[in-house]
Design a protein around this ligand. Structure first.
Ligand code: ADE
Length: 254
């Protein structure tokens, strides 16, 4: 899987990409990440990449020429792969979108900056626009790292475990059960007894119920799409009758 990242700040990417799972994935040739500085594709003396918006108003807009020149000289015209613009105006990135894009052999990511990019980039170069959440960052660099990381986890071999990201929290449609490691007691707080029991059946049941409980408390919306068994449904029914939904699970409250 090859990522072509177009940005005004390539240096932002390097430390994260040279760490842990993504570093190992690159060393093993499972993913390749090429960083392209949009400024290198300017043709004017001052290497200008932004300009004032037509019609007035504050802020600067990224000029179309260097972005088109960068993408087309790296990928050709038209680009043979998806070209994704990171912008708060995009559809919200999630597990399904990451999995979808992991099927491609090449992806281009354009990082917006300033007030935004010239609309002609969206209209004539970009095939998809992604946001990583309902807040505005200073640019698309962090969102591009988020997208590269999440997609790479679906590339076979990137995670040591063969099930990889398909086993992650969102794969089952449920949030993960709580995790514990040694010591069995820390400051008087004990690891749940069942996890020390060695009884794999009980442990599996406890984990499933904790995942259901957590999802029900924090993200009840996920339960609508999760694949649930008869046992899961009867556990949830018991919860409904006995437990109030936590206030902390309410996504609309601060
Ligand atoms: N650029 C600025 N904010 C962003 C966001 N939330 N998602 C994607 N790109 C962005």
């Amino acid at each position: 899987m090859q990522f072509e990242i177009f940005t005004l700040f390539p240096e932002v990417f390097t430390p994260y990409l040279q760490t842990s799972i993504l570093q190992r994935a690159q060393q093993r040739g499972l993913i390749t990440i090429h960083l392209h500085n949009i400024r290198d594709y300017t043709t004017d003396k001052h290497h200008i990449t932004d300009d004032e918006p037509y019609g007035g108003g504050g802020g600067m807009v990224m000029k179309p020429e260097p972005i088109f020149a960068a993408v087309e000289s790296v990928l050709g015209s038209p680009p043979p792969c998806p070209v994704i613009l990171l912008t708060p105006q995009g559809r919200t990135f999630n597990y399904q979108i990451a999995r979808h894009y992991a099927q491609f052999t090449e992806l281009a990511l354009i990082c917006g900056r300033y007030e935004g990019v010239d609309e002609r980039v969206r209209e004539h170069l970009v095939s998809d626009e992604l946001s990583i959440g309902d807040y505005v960052l200073s640019g698309g660099e962090l969102p591009a790292l988020v997208v590269v990381d999440a997609i790479s986890r679906f590339v076979p071999g990137v995670l040591g475990d063969p099930e990889g990201a398909f086993d992650d929290s969102y794969a089952s449609g449920l949030l993960e059960y709580p995790h514990y490691t040694r010591p069995a007691e820390f400051r008087g707080w004990k690891v749940p007894e069942v996890l020390l029991s060695g009884d794999h059946g009980r442990i599996a049941r406890w984990r499933r119920e904790q995942a259901l409980l957590r999802t029900w408390q924090r993200r009840p919306d996920l339960l609508e799409k999760a694949a649930l068994s008869k046992d899961d449904w009867s556990f949830l029914e018991k919860l409904r009758q006995t437990q109030p939904i936590f206030a902390e699970g309410d996504q609309d409250e601060i």
